[in-house]
Design a protein around this ligand. Sequence first.
Ligand code: SAM
Length: 222
Amino acid sequence: MSDVTSDDYPQEALATSAAVAEYFGPRLDAVSRFAEMLHDQGELRGLIGPREVPRIWERHILNSAAVTQFLPTTGTIADIGSGAGLPGIVIAIMRPEAQVILIEPMERRCAWLEEVVAELGLTNVEIKRGRAEEFHDAFECDAVTSRAVAGLDKLVRMSMPLVKSGGQMVVLKGKNVAQEIDPARKVLRKLRGREPEILEASTVPGVEITTVVRIVRQTGGR
Ligand SMILES: C[S@@+](CC[C@H](N)C(=O)[O-])C[C@H]1O[C@@H](n2cnc3c(N)ncnc32)[C@H](O)[C@@H]1O
């Protein structure tokens, strides 16, 4: 098995590496097709910036996949502000027995997500067009995730009302997330969020570790 060790090798090498094949297992074909779609259309359709095209696997696919280890295998998972489908599409591929709800307000991004779902033949995805706040009294999920949507205090306001009692928010964040926790404490108390845990998630050797914040919603009350 060839390990992925350099941080500047071409993404083709990463995409076809034994480490990536082993990590995704039977889900590799679907993930690869999604990466290919992002590569071919992502910049053109305003979903990712031009600098991201050469690093779709490392910065986007694997970064998104990293959150999956903290998510349930069944039940309902929502991705707020799914945009290009990150991390929601990757989660739906890796968690085929969970129902994945992609929440995205922009029409053209929802159209993209519909195309991806059709192309990959995903049967466990529902796309809801709108802002997360619009769904606060509509449904609750076992887990709510997001990436690059807002600061933690705002994200707690958007996400926690969509989390079932005893469920969790699992947010992809940068390394400096610790400084976002104090400003979020007031809203966390109000919305029954437990103490945030900062977790590190690795995927394949040589690829940057992803920082994830997990916040469990206390049981009881509303
Ligand atoms: C910077 S993009 C990130 C997209 C994707 N999560 C990613 O990591 O590539 C932020 C996304 O959040 C969406 N968004 C902004 N405010 C939102 C809200 N209140 N509820 C749901 N989505 C929102 C935007 O439309 C946009 O697609």
